[in-house]
Design a protein around this ligand. Structure first.
Ligand code: ZN
Length: 504
């Protein structure tokens, strides 16, 4: 990677800060980066990249992932906390419980051939490898005793088709017919991801396979009814504690808070560097550079959420805790900015479409969200950077905020959606390919992050943060005279009279 420079970044370097003669040589962070353009300049992609490298090293040293409830998450948090503390912040951990799930074994071998199988959620374990013959119900879908008919499945592994009823019903019916386990094959060619919906003592171990594999297995069974299958399912499920990491500027009025969030946990399948090392690293560097700003009108609060990948657990905990115990504190959040994947290899420069100009949102969009979106789009327009809308779907950590009426928007470079020709014309890349082909895989690593996208987005986050730290009146009508604050008290006296400009 390494990045191209943007013409908009150049002019600001010649600005007034150098006048004092105090600017460190070569540092874009020189001086008091107290307007959006200066803070955007101060946030350099090389520094963001260093944070990403640290997260990759942490994943490598911790079994290849940084998932909630693991040592990789703990180490990720310690890294973020150390960087924040070095920049002058106090950090806080907010703990909460969640259900930790880890697949310890999942395999299916039939007649010596290994098949890809996907354990259904809430499946019981096999307690070691289970080897047995295969059975099929009288009616392929195997939904009930009637569909099993005269077949005695005792001691077998049942092979049943998707369709006509829930996977739970199939598991219960196979168990009633005597089966030790169930393989459900898809009624379409592709693989099958299923859930039994909720726990039930009546289930037998249940896994899913593709329609293609299901038909192959049926054909093999037709030729050799004595076919043996070996299935192993072992999933660890337990309650664990994890936490959010929180920090905020001392500067800025306490009753008007601009909040930025990115989930720090990754999926179990890989190191989680684009999803969401990128958002975490970008807001971390924005926090570092913002700490150098002498005076802010509004408080800026940063959150690194835990357990996003298992159901937005950390962000929901944070918002519900405020709603229950400090509703005034929730009201004081002027707007929430979410960053979940901002370095996708086949990227778009996407802004959450809060004004629904492209996508009708499937959720209620709080008033003030459109004005939040506009802070990003005005910035991109001002530097001639093309951007597209991405759906305001609520499918990341802004969900609890918008459900509680807090305005929100955010940036997104794309996940498993497919890039269009129009988007290729705007951003380059490959049409017909996913924005991030490595989404939730072991390949979501440092080699597959796009540095140009990361740079564009990191600077946009910086600019939007500084704009909103100065003024949120378009969002919530609050105009701030400002209050000085001191992430770095020793340096603060120098610019005590600095006026924070209002941003167009
Ligand atoms: Zn994510």
């Amino acid at each position: 990677m390494r990045t191209r420079r943007h013409t908009w970044a150049a002019p600001a370097a010649a600005g007034g800060l150098v006048l004092a003669g105090l600017a460190p040589a070569g540092a874009a962070a020189a001086g008091n980066a107290n307007n959006p353009r200066k803070l955007a300049q101060a946030v350099e992609v090389d520094a963001v990249w260093e944070h990403l490298e640290a997260l990759q090293e942490i994943a490598d040293a911790n079994g290849g992932n940084r998932a909630a409830g693991t040592s990789g998450y703990e180490a990720s948090a310690e890294y973020v906390e150390q960087v924040l503390q070095d920049a002058g912040y106090e950090t806080e951990r907010q703990y909460f419980p969640f259900t930790y799930e880890e697949v310890l074994a999942s395999s299916l071998v039939v007649d010596g051939v290994t098949y890809e199988s996907r354990i259904m959620s809430y499946s019981p374990n096999t307690d070691g490898p289970l080897t047995a013959g295969l059975s099929t119900p009288a009616t392929a879908t195997g939904c009930s005793a009637e569909e099993w008919g005269e077949v005695d499945a005792t001691g077998t592994i049942a092979l049943v088709s998707r369709g006509a009823c829930t996977f739970a019903a199939k598991s219960l019916a196979a168990a009633a017919a005597g089966a030790e386990a169930v393989i459900v094959y898809n009624n379409a060619p592709e693989p099958l991801n299923g859930t039994l919906g909720s726990p039930d003592d009546g289930y037998v171990p249940t896994t899913g396979i593709s329609g293609v594999d299901g038909q192959a297995m049926l054909a093999a069974l037709g030729e050799d009814p004595g076919l043996q299958a070996t299935l192993e399912i072992e999933v660890l499920v337990e309650e664990r504690q994890t936490f959010n990491v929180l920090a905020e500027t001392e500067a800025g009025r306490d009753d008007n808070v601009v909040m930025l969030g990115a989930h720090l946990d990754g999926a179990m399948e890989g190191p989680g560097i684009n999803d969401n090392g990128t958002g975490s690293a970008a807001i971390l560097e924005v926090a570092v550079q913002l700490a150098e700003v002498k005076k802010l009108n509004n408080t800026v609060r940063f959150a690194w959420w835990g357990a996003e990948e298992v159901g937005l657990v950390g962000s929901w905990h944070y918002v519900e805790d405020l709603a229950a115990n400090d509703p005034a504190g929730l009201d004081e959040i002027a707007t929430y900015l979410n960053f979940d994947m901002v370095g996708s290899p086949n990227y778009v420069i996407g802004v959450y479409d809060a004004d629904q100009s492209t996508y009708e949102a499937p959720v209620d969009v709080p008033e003030g969200s459109a004005a939040t979106e506009q802070v990003f789009t005005d910035y991109f327009d001002s530097i001639g950077q093309p951007w597209v809308d991405t759906e305001f779907s609520g499918r990341s950590d802004y969900q609890p905020f918008i459900v509680h009426g807090v305005p929100a928007s955010g940036l997104f470079t794309g996940a498993d959606g497919v890039k269009t020709d129009e988007e290729v014309a705007m951003f380059g890349g490959t049409a017909g390919l996913a924005y991030d082909p490595n989404y939730h895989t072991a390949e979501d690593d440092l080699d597959n992050v796009d540095g140009t996208a990361l740079e564009i987005m990191s600077k946009a986050i910086a600019a939007a943060t500084m704009s909103l730290a100065t003024d949120t009146s378009e969002i919530n009508g609050k105009r701030s005279a400002g209050k000085s604050g001191k992430p770095h008290p020793a340096k603060d006296a120098v610019d005590a009279h600095e006026v924070v400009p209002t941003v167009a």
